[in-house]
Every structure is written in structure tokens, then in C-alpha cells.
Design a protein around this ligand. Structure first.
Ligand SMILES: *[C@@H]1O[C@H](CO)[C@@H](O)[C@H](O)[C@H]1NC(C)=O
Ligand SMILES: *[C@@H]1O[C@H](CO)[C@@H](O)[C@H](O)[C@H]1NC(C)=O
Ligand SMILES: *[C@@H]1O[C@H](CO)[C@@H](O)[C@H](O)[C@H]1NC(C)=O
Ligand SMILES: *[C@@H]1O[C@H](CO)[C@@H](O)[C@H](O)[C@H]1NC(C)=O
Ligand SMILES: *[C@@H]1O[C@H](CO)[C@@H](O)[C@H](O)[C@H]1NC(C)=O
Ligand SMILES: *[C@@H]1O[C@H](CO)[C@@H](O)[C@H](O)[C@H]1NC(C)=O
Ligand SMILES: *[C@@H]1O[C@H](CO)[C@@H](O)[C@H](O)[C@H]1NC(C)=O
Length: 266
């Protein structure tokens, strides 16, 4: 297992559109099943579309970045407990990774976990059921590919080989005592009822990383990187002054939501 990967754990708050859809979609939006140039700050981006539907589901994401050639992996996760799910239509959970800095073949293997009300057999258990779904995307890095550009790379709304998870969240909820449920403190002690089959389909490629989203991610990653270094690296003053407005907006949003924003060395 590599332990040298430098990553930033981040989350963006973008947009405030209210959407009436009943389906929460969780997708890996970047990388796709394609070929990119290697890069030592390579973003791995998950999106929660219609994110307000996640507020009673206590979701979590854990994932590994597999090197398919030598079978090593970096294990990562996103701390989502303190996310304000109602603050934006699409919530991005992302990290800049140093793993994909050389040519290779890679797999992002990710597991989404969530909790829902137990309506099938409420007489058993604690009233909530934990569920998870594991998906993976394979991609390659090659020096012959054009320079990494997540905006251009997610511009096409049609793509293949990109799995996602769709959860049909009903408007029915139940109150569950916190003593019975670890997730209670993050969900106002409320679980959501999820509709039984059929599972709605997903369209991971419909979520784009646009210039605004990318700028916000980059600025937030610089801000948290610089803030977490007591001896501010030389490049920070430059980056900070050019990225100030976004970094400040991104950070105040983030700090309000997550309470703890850190620089992670994984
Ligand atoms: C890495 O990707 C970023 C865009 O995400 C780009 O600006 C940078 O130039 C790339 N680095 C290299 C060495 O290609
Ligand atoms: C979450 O975001 C919404 C919309 O921006 C806001 O009204 C609400 O106060 C926020 N909740 C918390 C706990 O910060
Ligand atoms: C988008 O992707 C589809 C299928 O992967 C392909 O047929 C189409 O040509 C692509 N469009 C553009 C503009 O690259
Ligand atoms: C990913 O892309 C490769 C090469 O284009 C292709 O052979 C493979 O079938 C794709 N994987 C999926 C799951 O579509
Ligand atoms: C979980 O993943 C499987 C395949 O990996 C898929 O068939 C199923 O629909 C997924 N469940 C949800 C809720 O998305
Ligand atoms: C929390 O749940 C209670 C009922 O259990 C409800 O009255 C209250 O509005 C909820 N608060 C939020 C912020 O959703
Ligand atoms: C979600 O579930 C509800 C209730 O079972 C159903 O009416 C609705 O059509 C479902 N939505 C999708 C997109 O499957």
C-alpha cells in the first residue's frame, strides 16, 4: 500500500436550486472510464445529485484507488456526517490525489453506505437498516493523452462504463431514538423510508464539472492546504491572493457545514 499519496479532503457547496425529484443519485463523476494524462494532483470527484434527499440517510463513501498493474491500493473515505445536504442541489465530495502521477491502469472501487427506516420488519432490530452498494470504474493514464482537464473530460453527457447508485427516497420519515442509532445525531433522529424496487436508473455522465465547480475545488484545496501548514509554503501567498474570493466563500461554507476541515496525508 502506498502511504505517500498527498490528498486533500474537501467538499464543495455549489448552487442552491431546489429540486422536486424523488431520486438521490450518487455517482463518481471523475475519472470516467477513459484515458487521461498522469497528474500528481488528480481530482477524484463524487457527486450527490438532489442532495437534500440525503439528509436523513446518513450516507458515507469509502473507496480505494487500485493500481491494476501491481495490485496496490490507497484506501480513502469522505467524512460526510456534518454536510448540510439542503444547501445545494449537487454536493461534490472530492479529493486531489497523488496516486495517478505515472502511466498505468487504475480502478476506483467505491462503496456508498446509507441508512434507511426498517419498514419490512419493524418488530426486529433497531428501526433502521444499513445498506451499501459497491461500484468501480477502470481508467488508464498515458503520457500521450491531452493534459488533464476535468471540465473538458466531463463535458460529454453520454459515456459508458460509469456506474452509479440511485435511491428512491420517499417523503415518509420515522423518528428513531438516538440510543438505537448512531446516525441519529446527524439526521435529527429521523430516518427516511426508501421505496422498494424497481431501482431507478442513474446517469452519471449528466453531472458535469464546470469551470466554476473546478475553480471552487482548486481554491478550497489550496486554502486548506495552506491553512494547515504553519510554515506557509512559498506558493501559498500567490495562490491565496489569486484565489481569495472563492477560497473564502468555499471555506466559510465548508466550515459552517463540516466544522472540521483538514489536510489529510494518506
Ligand atoms: C495537472 O492538472 C491540472 C488541471 O487539473 C493542470 O493545470 C496541470 O498543469 C496538470 N499538471 C501537469 C504536470 O500536467
Ligand atoms: C443549511 O443550508 C440551508 C440553505 O442554505 C440553510 O438555510 C440552513 O440554515 C443550513 N443549515 C445549517 C445547520 O447550517
Ligand atoms: C460523447 O460520447 C458518445 C459515446 O461515448 C460518443 O458517441 C459521442 O461522439 C461523444 N460526443 C462528443 C461531442 O465527444
Ligand atoms: C471501459 O473502457 C474500455 C476501453 O474503452 C472498455 O474495453 C471497457 O469495456 C469499458 N468498461 C466498461 C465497464 O464499460
Ligand atoms: C447496487 O449495485 C448493483 C450492481 O452493482 C445494481 O444492480 C443496483 O441497482 C444498485 N443498487 C442501487 C440502489 O443503486
Ligand atoms: C427535527 O425533528 C423534529 C420532530 O422530530 C421537527 O419538529 C424539527 O423541525 C426537526 N428539525 C429539523 C431541523 O429538521
Ligand atoms: C419512487 O417511488 C415512488 C413510490 O413507490 C414511485 O411512485 C416513483 O415512481 C418512484 N420513482 C422512480 C423514479 O422510480
Amino acid at each position: 500500500m502506498h502511504i505517500s499519496t498527498t490528498t486533500w479532503m474537501l467538499a464543495a457547496c455549489l448552487g442552491t436550486v431546489i429540486n422536486a425529484s424523488d431520486v438521490l443519485e450518487v455517482n463518481l463523476v471523475f475519472p470516467r472510464n477513459e484515458t487521461y494524462a498522469p497528474n500528481d494532483t488528480f481530482p477524484v470527484v463524487f457527486a450527490f445529485k438532489n442532495s437534500e434527499l440525503a439528509r436523513h440517510l446518513n450516507p458515507s463513501i469509502s473507496y480505494s484507488l487500485w493500481n491494476e498493474v501491481d495490485n496496490s491500493a490507497d484506501i480513502l473515505w469522505h467524512e460526510l456526517s456534518w454536510v448540510n445536504w439542503t444547501a445545494q442541489e449537487t454536493y461534490f465530495a472530492y479529493r486531489y490525489s497523488g496516486t495517478f502521477s505515472t502511466e498505468g491502469r487504475w480502478r476506483v472501487l467505491w462503496t456508498l453506505g446509507w441508512n434507511r427506516c426498517n419498514v419490512e420488519s419493524p418488530e426486529y432490530g433497531n428501526g433502521v437498516i444499513s445498506t451499501s452498494n459497491t461500484s468501480s470504474t477502470v481508467f488508464t493514464t498515458s503520457n500521450s493523452a491531452p493534459k488533464l482537464d476535468p471540465v473538458a473530460a466531463t463535458a460529454n453527457k453520454t459515456c459508458t462504463g460509469q456506474p452509479g447508485v440511485a435511491i428512491n427516497v420517499t417523503d415518509k420519515t420515522k423518528s428513531v431514538s438516538s440510543a438505537l442509532w448512531e446516525g441519529g445525531k446527524y439526521t435529527n433522529h429521523t430516518c427516511a423510508v426508501v421505496a422498494a424496487s424497481p431501482t431507478p436508473s442513474t446517469n452519471p455522465c449528466r453531472t458535469q464539472i464546470d469551470e466554476t465547480a473546478l475553480a471552487s475545488m482548486e481554491a478550497s484545496s489550496w486554502a486548506s492546504y495552506c491553512d494547515s501548514n504553519f510554515n506557509e509554503p512559498a506558493e501559498c501567498s500567490d495562490k491565496k491572493s489569486s484565489a481569495q474570493p472563492l477560497a473564502v466563500a468555499g471555506l466559510s461554507c465548508l466550515l459552517g457545514l463540516t466544522g472540521a476541515l483538514g489536510f489529510f496525508l494518506v
